[in-house]
Write a protein that binds this ligand. Structure first.
Ligand code: 8YV
Length: 323
């Protein structure tokens, strides 16, 4: 039997690449860079499967190509808002993602960001490395206590729930949840969490707000200037979801005019470009999209893609089919 042809758009962990090469006619994008729309169009005409990441924008323009050979887009990552869902459906393409295996590591990064911004860890490290530390004093870089505070979680899927576990069981935080569907009482009870109906209800009650909802058009600018105005003036906003969920311009205003206590971001609208205005904000911690960046998670994500591919090419419903 001829092995299906598979394009891997970025370099992956070696063990996963080796397995892919064994099972498929694998082509690696050895440039390890985001694919241009033209490259994506060419790929869709040439390979049975394309294995994109968040950096490959499969927009309507890129997908609208005659003579498509690709039958499955097996995404390396849980978020797939970079894939134009209506067109993928229209083309009859199967799309899969990699849930579960990165939830703990992504929640770890969200908790890291929460602690860093509350305790001014980024400011402290910048000061020390710049040789500007003049010694201990009672009023130096005084931050905000985390334990016992209220955390609002927007999007209570797998990563949101992992975040709640860390916050509640590790730091004794009270957890409020806003989710598009009702969360089962058992799931809420695990972290003594309470679900509120709307984001507007949630925001004024929280000391910390952490975003764990999908990106894409539906959630674009979910956090805008009006909603930032509903946050307590000393509350912190954490984003490990997708950059477009926050109106960055509104966030910059809120940070510059101390309308909120601070923010911590792992994702950016239009990343890897980061607005120069964000770089000016001291009450902001930023990481370069590290949510799932552990050896363990990145390898598990790769093997999850392999599971989805073998399901698909052996005629089974892929376990992580999202489209
Ligand atoms: C991934 C992520 O590493 O899985 C996701 O949705 O945001 C990241 O943690 C990235 O998307 C890889 O495609």
């Amino acid at each position: 039997m001829v092995k299906p042809s598979v394009l891997v758009t970025r370099r992956w962990p070696a063990a996963v690449e080796a397995q892919l090469a064994e099972n498929y006619n694998t082509v690696l994008n050895t440039g390890d860079k985001p694919m241009s729309p033209a490259e994506i169009r060419q790929a869709l005409k040439s390979y049975d499967a394309v294995l994109p990441t968040v950096t490959d924008t499969l927009s309507a323009e890129a997908l609208d190509v005659p003579g498509v050979q690709t039958k499955i887009l097996a995404n390396y990552g849980v978020g797939y808002s970079h894939i134009c869902e209506p067109l993928a459906r229209e083309l009859g393409m199967t799309v899969t993602n990699t849930p579960d295996v990165l939830s703990e590591c992504t929640a770890d990064i969200a908790m890291t960001l929460l602690l860093m911004v509350a305790r001014r860890a980024g400011e402290g490290e910048r000061e020390l490395r710049a040789g500007q530390w003049t010694g201990w004093r009672p009023t130096h870089l005084v931050g905000t206590k985390v334990s016992g505070k209220t955390l609002g979680i927007i999007g209570y899927g797998r990563i949101g729930q992992e975040m709640a576990r860390r916050a509640h069981h590790g730091f004794g935080m009270d957890v409020l949840v806003c989710n598009r569907s009702a969360v089962s009482p058992d799931v809420l009870a695990e972290c003594n969490a309470r679900q509120v109906d709307t984001i507007d209800d949630l925001l004024p009650q929280c000391d910390f707000v952490s975003l764990h909802c999908p990106g894409g058009a539906a959630n674009r600018h979910l956090i805008n200037s009006r909603r930032l105005g509903l946050m307590k003036p000393d509350a912190f906003l954490i984003n490990t979801a997708r950059g477009e969920v926050i109106d960055e311009w509104a966030l910059i205003q809120a940070l510059m005019f101390d309308m909120i206590g601070g923010a911590a971001l792992d994702v950016f609208d239009g990343e890897p470009r980061v607005s120069p205005d964000l770089l000016q904000c001291d009450n902001l911690v930023m990481l370069p999209h590290l949510g799932s960046a552990t050896r363990e998670a990145r390898e598990a994500m790769g093997f999850r893609v392999l599971d989805n591919l073998s399901d698909f090419f052996e005629g089974r419903e892929p376990r992580d089919r999202v489209i």
